[in-house]
Design a protein around this ligand. Structure first.
Ligand code: ATP
Ligand code: MG
Length: 138
C-alpha cells in the first residue's frame, strides 16, 4: 500500500461538489485515510506551489488557491500516486479522458478541481506538510 496527497481545490468547494469528487476517488479504489477543510494562507500557497514561482500563471494560481477553502486529503491504495493521477485526468480538462475528475468537473486549466502529488517523494513531503502522523487512520 502507498499514499498520495490530494487537494480538492476552491472551484470545487465553492460549487459544493466535494462529495461527487470523493465518489470518483473511492470508486477508483483509493481510500480516504485523512481529510480536512482548511483555508490556505498566501504564504502557504506560495510555498506549496514554489516550483512554479517563475511561471506566468503563478500569481493567479496563488490568488485562486487562497480564494475559498480547500479540502486536503491523504489517499491510500497500491500505487496511489499513479492511480490518483489517472483518476484526476490531464491538467487541462480539454485534454482529460472521459470519466476523470477533471473531465467531469474542472472549469478550465487553472480551476481544475483537484491536485495530486506527482511522485512518491513529493507525496511524502506534501503529506508531512499538512498532516501529523496521528491524523492519518488507515
Ligand atoms: P497539480 O500540481 O495541481 O496536481 P498538475 O500537476 O496537473 O496539477 P502543474 O503543472 O503542476 O499541474 O500545475 C499546477 C497547477 O497550476 C495546475 O493544476 C493548475 O491549477 C495551474 N496551472 C498549470 N498550468 C497552468 C496554465 N497554463 N495556466 C493557468 N494555470 C495553470
Ligand atoms: Mg503538479
Amino acid at each position: 500500500m502507498s499514499k498520495t496527497f490530494s487537494i480538492i481545490k476552491p472551484d470545487a468547494t465553492k460549487r459544493n461538489i466535494t462529495g461527487s469528487i470523493n465518489k470518483l476517488i473511492e470508486d477508483a479504489g483509493l481510500r480516504i485515510v485523512a481529510q480536512k477543510r482548511i483555508k490556505m494562507s498566501k504564504d502557504l500557497a506560495e510555498n506549496f506551489y514554489g516550483v512554479h514561482k517563475e511561471k506566468p500563471f503563478f500569481n493567479d494560481l496563488v490568488d485562486y488557491m487562497t480564494s475559498e477553502p480547500v479540502v486536503v486529503q491523504v489517499l491510500e491504495c497500491e500505487n496511489a500516486v499513479q492511480v490518483y493521477r489517472k483518476v484526476m485526468g490531464a491538467t487541462d480538462p480539454k485534454n482529460a479522458d472521459k470519466g476523470t475528475i477533471r473531465k467531469e468537473y474542472a472549469l478550465n486549466i487553472q480551476e481544475n478541481s483537484v491536485h495530486g502529488s506527482d511522485s512518491e517523494d513529493n507525496a511524502k513531503i506534501e503529506i508531512d506538510f499538512f498532516f501529523k502522523d496521528n491524523e492519518i487512520v488507515g
